[in-house]
Design a binder for this molecule. Structure first.
Ligand code: GYE
Length: 345
């Protein structure tokens, strides 16, 4: 009897366990179906984007433009659910190289960086390539010995920005007969925006013998340095000159704003006594344009976070991406005061 009773209990237990296992299985399948449907409804991209890890080596925090660029990348990664490893390299190439090596060690899906200077990247990019990690250049470009060390460039056409500044100047003084003396306040030496803006500007002004670059100042894209350099120039007492037009062509807004401050302290009216051309079109320069202290602002777009996330998602999924994406940019002058863009940051 006891044996029979024991067998019944055993049968009962086996049956309950099987039923339990079956129920668990059904529940799991149902839960999986719901989750899967959720992803499909959110669109095929969302099904894989949460798994994308992007390593981004930002070059520093030297300017308003740079802060906007960093915010744009962080914002876009957060919105798209992309895991972002963000490093601020504090304007040092070795820090960027270290950051890229750490991304490789973490086996991120995609590496992006804004190279502080153009050369010296071959070794670290070969390492990324050997590990099969695609690299995207953001904002600044590089020169390498070997082809194919990065898959895409996303940023601005700096030569064209320089040409835009030059064309505006030529136009503005089309009917003028005297000399136009230009002071060029340059960004970081060895960086692609410095080279490009200089090249494009010179190419255009070279068409007219009245335009001459008389001084080069080096301001490293920083407001404090722009101010110092202008201060130094003003203390030699020959700027602005009395006959002809003097022009300041600053490679970015921050340096232009620093120089504007220095001029005002010396009783010079920027925008009137000296014609001021700046590049970026960040808040400070657009305000200065409104107040007549800057005459021409060439736009350079830092809000490329969303485009970068699109590229990262596609690359992580093994899809093709365009090798070159330039931002659509314009020029702002006193004629555009009604239509100046409002900046998100
Ligand atoms: O113009 C400047 C910044 O690389 C385009 O770097 C960028 C430049 C930008 O510091 O403000």
């Amino acid at each position: 009897m006891q044996i029979l009773g024991g067998m019944r209990v055993k049968k009962f237990l086996t049956a309950s366990l099987s039923l339990f296992a079956l129920l668990t299985f059904v529940l799991c399948i149902t839960a999986w179906c719901f989750t899967y449907r959720g992803d499909e409804e959110a669109g095929p991209e969302n099904a894989y984007e949460s798994r994308v890890v992007l390593g981004f080596a930002q070059l520093g925090a030297e300017s308003e433009w740079r802060s906007s660029s960093s915010l744009s990348v962080r914002e876009a990664a957060r919105k798209r659910g992309i895991e972002l490893m963000f490093v601020n390299a504090r304007q040092k190439q070795e820090n960027q190289i270290k950051a890229i090596r750490s991304f490789i060690a973490h086996r991120v899906d995609v590496i992006a960086f804004s190279p502080v200077v153009e050369t010296g990247w071959d070794n670290v990019l070969q390492e990324a390539k050997a590990e099969g990690i695609p690299v995207v250049l953001v904002d600044r470009s590089i020169r390498t010995e070997q082809e194919g060390l990065y898959v895409a460039f996303l940023g601005s056409d700096f030569v064209e920005e320089g040409r835009r500044a030059g064309r505006w100047l030529l136009d503005r003084y089309a009917d003028f007969t005297g000399r136009v003396r230009i002071v060029e306040l340059r960004g970081t030496e060895g960086a692609s925006p410095t080279r490009g803006r200089d090249e494009g500007f010179r190419e255009v002004i070279a068409r007219d013998g009245r335009f001459e670059i008389v001084r080069l100042l080096r301001g490293d894209f920083m407001r404090s340095r722009g101010r110092e350099e202008m201060e130094r120039l003003l203390s030699d007492g020959r700027f602005p000159s009395v006959d002809g037009v003097d022009v300041l062509f600053a490679h970015n807004d921050d340096m232009a704003m620093g120089a504007v401050e220095a001029m005002e302290e010396h009783g010079i009216r920027p925008g009137r006594d000296v014609v001021v051309i700046s590049v970026d079109a960040q808040k400070s320069a657009l305000d200065a344009l409104r107040r007549g202290k800057v005459n021409c602002v060439v736009e350079c777009n830092p809000y490329i976070g969303d485009q970068l996330m699109d590229l990262a998602r596609r690359l992580a999924a093994g899809l093709d991406v365009p090798a070159l994406t330039y931002s659509d940019e314009t020029v702002y002058t006193a004629d555009d005061l009604e239509n100046l863009p409002s900046r998100p940051w």
